[in-house]
Every structure is written in C-alpha cells, then in structure tokens.
Design a binder for this molecule. Structure first.
Ligand SMILES: Nc1ncnc2c1ncn2[C@@H]1O[C@H](COP(=O)(O)OP(=O)(O)OP(=O)(O)O)[C@@H](O)[C@H]1O
Length: 377
C-alpha cells in the first residue's frame, strides 16, 4: 500500500489534512447531506433539525438523515475506504458521488467539475467513463460470455467490436480469468464472477473505481484472493479507488485512508495507523479494540530520537515497517533498530517502545513532534 502521512495525531473527520478541494483531490465532498423522507431539504437548512439525533429526527419529521454533513477529499491514487456498520450510510454516501442517489445538500466536485450541476448526458459520461462502480451483486448478463460481459461497458460507449474484444481480452487476463473467456457467468464460481464484474469496470479505464461491498458475499479465502487482486491492481496501476466495507480487517488491509461512519456522519478519517493508534472517540476505540496493533502500527509511531551512538549502528528498518516486523529484528539483534529514511537515521525503536505499542500504551515516542499521543477530539 502506499503512503502514510506521518502525522502522529489522528485527523478529525471534518478536516482531512487540508480543506476539501485540495489540488490532488479527484473527488471533493463538502457539507454533503442525504435525507430521505418528506420535505427532506428543510433538515440540513434548519440548524435545530440538523442537530437532532436520528431517533428524534425521525419522530419529529419522519425523515432519515443517511448522510449528515460529510466532508472529505478522495486523493488521486489512493484507496479510500468508507467503513461502518450496517445502516451507517456508506452506500448512500458513495452513491451520492455520481448521483445514483440525489444529494439533499452540499457540494461534490470531480476534477474541479461540479457534479451537482451536471446534466443527464454529463452524468452518464461520469458514470461510464470516469467513476465506474463495482457492485456486490455482479450484475452480469447471464446469456453472454465472460468476454462479452467484460466488453459490455465498451459496447455501450460505442467502441467497435474488434477493439472492444481486444481490450476485454486484455482485462480478462489482468484479473486472472484467462482461458474462461467463452464461459457464461453461471459456469463460474462467485469469486470468478466478481472478477468478471471487476474486469468490466476496469475495461472502461475509469479514473476512479467505486466498490460497494464487492466481496462480502464471497467465502473468506476467495475474499482474501480478491483483496490481493485489488491491492495488486492498485499497486500496478495507481488507480484511485473508493471501497465500501463493513469489515474492519478489509478496511485496514486495503485502505490508504479510512472514513469511519456512524449514523450518517464520518466520525474519524485517517490512515489505518491513525485510526487504530489514536481513535477519535469511544465508539472508534471499541471498534478497533481487537485489532492486533503491532500489525498496523509502524515504527514511525513507535520510534524515539536516536543518540549519536545509536544513529551510527544497529539494524535498519524503513519508516513504514510494522511494529511486528520490528519486534523480530530487535529480538534477533538484541539492539535497538534504526529507522532509516532515505539513508538518514530518523529515530530508533527499542524493545520497550515496541512492547508499549503492543500493549496499547499511549506512549511514544520522544521523537514524535506532539509528545504523548492524546486522543483526538
Ligand atoms: N431509499 C431510502 N429511503 C429511506 N431510507 C433509506 C433509503 N435508503 C437508505 N435509507 C436509510 O439510510 C440509512 C443508511 O443506509 P445505507 O444503505 O446507506 O447504509 P449502509 O451503511 O450502506 O448499510 P449496509 O452496510 O447495510 O448496506 C439507513 O438508516 C437506511 O435505512
């Protein structure tokens, strides 16, 4: 997976490392609301209604606020995960991005263009070319071959037969279905069908792939395979992805950043390490309680400043090495390990600091700019 920010403190939901609309944003969402129910527009417009909790809002107005005042950017090249329990608003939020569901209030911008101002044709273009969705139910055409299913998105774009078959064959191979081109969906396993769905979305070469719980119907081993596939695709192509899941492990495995939703709000937005290491509130803390911290936290968090002698010797680790990897290295050598960034020693980790992370102690890191990790607001 790619970058972490290196920011020690967790990022509050409303300010994801800079205001929405920053230069590297593909999607930029600001103050987004989706309210279902009668006269929905009055809810975001009226501060008193907007402040009601879900049950009160329902009893006072008959409305459900599926998405409440959500702001974030999806940055170019990242896997942005939207995570939360059932009913927290994930699907509604992601469907609002391409207006498969009409937002009630707020702004959505893709590459500088106002999505809410798009007319029908522009929206169709957005969904077909720029932000393709991969659904949990694959939506495959049962009477068509794998190849023709994959070529379908190109067909509706008006691409000629020879060209679309060539492109489809290329993508079918990319997702590991070579040799199955002529099968019908009914002759494939669930995992293979999901690969066809993925290939179909990839064939149109969209700037962003939107995944709505694509793997939740798959058995665990196949699910893991598909996760690897997504990681590989992301790694090879650097494609921007928005991925909905209710599964924390999936979120931690896939996400460069995770937006954790509860009752329509984003309660925390951050890297897996920020979410696990600095939960924003008790809800998030409870959510991540059983995560093996040493597999998520990196030495960047656990390190302290190095003395001159420590900086000169000892085993070396990259800043994004996990605490779990570091424990092995330190145990083997008996010395603190140096954290090396571009040839420079930026800190050291010793066994006490590493064990502190495993134990869940909020104790970094003399080297960390903010000193001890406080809980975010
Ligand atoms: N068309 C609709 N009309 C009324 N309420 C709706 C509608 N669609 C969704 N909701 C409500 O909005 C809230 C958020 O639903 P949403 O499907 O976005 O959640 P989710 O996090 O994706 O859930 P799941 O993981 O179960 O798919 C829920 O309370 C749901 O009942």
């Amino acid at each position: 997976m790619s970058t972490t920010t290196g920011t020690p403190a967790s990022t509050p939901a409303r300010t994801p490392a800079g205001p929405p609309g920053s230069a590297d944003a593909v999607f930029s969402v600001d103050g987004l609301w989706k309210v279902f129910g009668p006269k929905a527009e009055r809810v975001p417009a009226d501060p008193e209604l907007a402040a009601l909790d879900p049950a009160e809002l329902r009893s006072r107005t008959g409305c459900t606020a599926a998405v409440r005042d959500v702001s974030f950017d999806v940055r170019k090249g990242e896997v942005f995960v939207v995570m939360g329990l059932s009913g927290s608003g994930k699907s509604t939020l992601v469907r609002c991005l391409t207006r498969l569901i009409e937002p009630t209030a707020g702004a959505i911008v893709i590459d500088g263009e106002d999505v809410r101002a798009m007319d029908k044709n522009r929206l169709r273009e957005l969904r077909r070319h720029r932000a393709a969705m991969v659904f949990q139910h694959f939506g495959l055409l049962p009477h068509r071959s794998v190849l023709d299913n994959v070529a379908y998105g190109l067909e509706i774009q008006g691409v000629g037969k020879a060209e679309r078959r060539e492109k489809a064959a290329e993508v079918v191979a990319k997702v590991g279905l070579e040799g199955m081109e002529q099968r019908r969906p009914g002759q494939l396993s669930g995992g293979q069908q999901q690969r066809v769905g993925l290939a179909r979305a990839l064939a149109v070469d969209p700037e962003v792939l939107l995944f709505d719980e694509p793997f939740s119907a798959l058995d665990p081993l196949i699910r893991r395979d598909m996760q690897e596939e997504v990681i590989r695709l992301h790694h090879d192509e650097g494609r921007t992805m928005v991925f909905i899941t209710h599964d924390l492990n999936e979120a931690l495995r896939l996400g460069d950043r995770i937006a954790l939703m509860r009752d329509g709000r984003v309660v925390q937005l951050g890297t897996p390490e920020e979410i696990v290491g600095s939960p924003a509130d008790d809800y998030v803390r409870e959510f991540v309680r059983d995560v093996p911290r040493e597999q998520v936290m990196t030495v960047r968090t656990a390190m302290r400043a190095a003395s001159a002698a420590e900086a000169a010797r000892g085993p070396a680790l990259a800043p994004d090495a996990t605490v779990s990897e570091a424990i092995e290295v330190v145990a083997r050598s008996g010395d603190p390990a140096r954290v090396m960034d571009q040839g420079r020693c930026v800190g050291v980790v010793d066994s006490a600091a590493l064990l502190g992370v495993v134990a869940g102690a909020d104790t970094p890191a003399a080297g960390a700019p903010d000193g001890p990790r406080g809980e975010a607001a």
